[in-house]
Design a protein around this ligand. Sequence first.
Ligand SMILES: C[S@@+](CC[C@H](N)C(=O)[O-])C[C@H]1O[C@@H](n2cnc3c(N)ncnc32)[C@H](O)[C@@H]1O
Length: 193
Amino acid sequence: MLAAFFDARQVGNVGPLGFRRSTDLSTLLACTERLIGEQIIMPGRSTFLDLGCADGRVNLFFSYLMRLSVGVEMEEWTLDEYDPLEKELTKTLMTSGMTLPKKNLHLFHGDAMDEGVHDRISQETGLSLSDFDLFYTYLMMHEEFAHMLAEKAKKGAIYMVYGLNHIMPRYPGFRLMKALSPVEGVLALYEKE
Ligand SMILES: C[S@@+](CC[C@H](N)C(=O)[O-])C[C@H]1O[C@@H](n2cnc3c(N)ncnc32)[C@H](O)[C@@H]1O
């Protein structure tokens, strides 16, 4: 139901907000089933960071599955959309007697490349970039983020890049998980070496 709620409120697929297209959560749900099957997501244990989280919809989606669901967004007005959407979603889920997202979300305003932001994440969640299990981005800045994570993420951390197709870039310091990627034709997975 959460996927349907947000997929009815897609942003940027047409018009001037293309730079902040939003993940199709129904597609991500299909990807997630595979990721759990492959033990890439460990329900209740994995920690997740969305680099460029916009209105936090991917964070809300993953809050059910992750121990911590963290996002960083540079555009404050975009992040400001989180509260009203979360309230409306909660109302919708309660009316239908559905489980609400967990209170394990932490969203930060700032540049995901900025060490000051990493420090704030660490102070609030206790996690530094080298502790996260899973990183996610929807294409924007994917190379710059890969470069940063090649330095800061732990060995075995997974970098997920949404919005790709069969042409998948390679990032130094990461191994493309070829047997799985692109999951559902859209999500490429990379393992930190
Ligand atoms: C394509 S949207 C994806 C939003 C969300 N992750 C999703 O999948 O629905 C990318 C977002 O990344 C943000 N962004 C781009 N560069 C960033 C940076 N260096 N730090 C934080 N946010 C950034 C943009 O403002 C935009 O909202």
